[in-house]
Design a protein around this ligand. Structure first.
Ligand code: SF4
Length: 377
């Protein structure tokens, strides 16, 4: 929710971590690596009074470079990585006749994970063990990326820009120190804090020339982009699960039935000759209703995606606030448009993800993935 900044007297101030950024940027020993979440690019222009057509991904990258970050990467890259791990986890569960943990729940929204663990602890082991894209990104930055570029991971300051306030809490959970160089993500900024940085540096992003994300953690597919909108994780995971089972890609929009801003959307598909029942939910009230229905046996699903914010991360609590206006259904279609324009629409086709597995992780759900990319309880 966006109520955190709505205290009428200003007595309740939201946490602001921008001063930590200035300290990191000022230290010549520190290598600053920033990742930007998919939902941020659909909204950052609103906070800087830029018309939507000017607030492109490329200008967002240029603004970050102008601020002075050493590497500007795309969380969409690790959204693709999350899909590789989570899609395979779903397939492993589907073929195990002993598996009783149905439905499998997505785990990339920390507010939902916390809600689930505190309110429905008896089903907590149904959650996917895959970490969120933010956390996977941090772990890969301080392991693979540090190794590849020959830098000491302890010198890296790993920063994320998120549409979300809960991501600050997620980054300090005990499982999130997996690469052995402090926290995998050191500083989490919201979209609003990012806009503050841009203003503090007197940057006029509309005047900047577009720039591309850095490599090797900058390439992403349409499947990674739609992570920011309700139903997107589900759709991206199904695209890859289909490929793993059938050996060929389906038409990219095969699973578009999971889309919608109703708050709860059921669909069913056939995968490997088996029926797969899915449900995508956004908003915690809808999540509670869903959990009660699952608990009472009124509904049965195989795979469930839950996002705490209505409409998914595009409507997240760290996004620009337009008083009284819900923007999720305006920003969501922007991500679907970006997805449809991407030459690659499947996470498993991302060449940098393929290289990451070849050079480092070996295979989804392998030893290194288990250590860096999954939670353990
Ligand atoms: Fe954060 Fe909301 Fe997205 Fe959950 S749905 S990850 S709380 S922005």
């Amino acid at each position: 929710g966006q109520c955190i900044t709505h205290c009428p007297t200003g007595a309740l101030r939201e946490r602001d971590d921008t001063s930590k950024i200035f300290r990191a940027l000022a230290d010549p020993e520190t290598i600053t690596v920033v990742q930007v979440a998919p939902a941020v690019r659909a909204a950052w222009g609103e906070a800087l009074d830029m018309p939507a057509y000017m607030a492109t991904e490329g200008r967002m990258v240029a603004a970050l470079k102008k601020i002075g970050f050493d590497y500007v990467f795309d969380t969409n890259f690790s959204a693709d990585l999350t899909i590789m791990e989570e899609g395979n986890e779903l397939l492993v569960r589907l073929v195990d006749p002993e598996e009783k943990r149905w439905p499998m729940f997505t785990s990339c929204c920390p507010a939902w994970v916390r809600f689930m663990k505190s309110q429905y602890p008896e089903m907590a082991d149904h959650l996917s063990t895959a970490k969120s894209p933010q956390q996977m990104f941090g772990a890969i930055t301080k392991s693979y990326f540090a190794e590849k570029t020959g830098v000491d991971p302890k010198k890296i300051c790993s920063i994320s820009i998120m549409p979300c306030v809960s991501k600050k809490m997620e980054s300090v959970l005990p499982d999130m120190y997996s690469a052995g160089a402090g926290a995998d993500v050191d500083i989490v900024l919201t979209t609003r804090e990012f806009a503050r940085l841009v203003r503090a540096e007197h940057i006029a992003p509309a005047l900047l020339t577009e720039e591309a994300f850095d490599s090797p953690l900058g390439e992403s597919t349409g499947a990674g982009v739609i992570f920011g909108v309700t139903g997107g994780v589900m759709e991206a995971a199904l695209r890859t699960a289909y490929y793993c089972v059938e050996g060929v890609n389906p038409p990219p929009d095969t699973f578009s039935d999971v889309r919608g801003f109703e708050g709860r959307k059921e669909a069913s598909f056939t995968l490997g000759g088996k029926k797969l029942r899915t449900c995508t939910v956004s908003g915690l009230k809808n999540a509670r209703d869903l959990m009660e229905d699952i608990r009472s046996g009124a509904v049965h699903y195989d795979f469930v995606e839950v996002m705490a914010c209505p409409g998914g991360c595009v409507g997240g609590g760290g996004q620009p606030i337009l008083d009284g206006v819900e923007m999720a259904d305006v920003r969501g279609p922007k991500l679907y448009k970006l997805d449809s324009q991407r030459p690659l629409r499947f996470s498993h086709d991302n060449p940098e993800i393929i290289r990451l597995y070849e050079e480092y992780l070996e295979k989804p759900l392998g030893e290194k993935s288990h250590h860096l990319l999954h939670t353990h309880g």
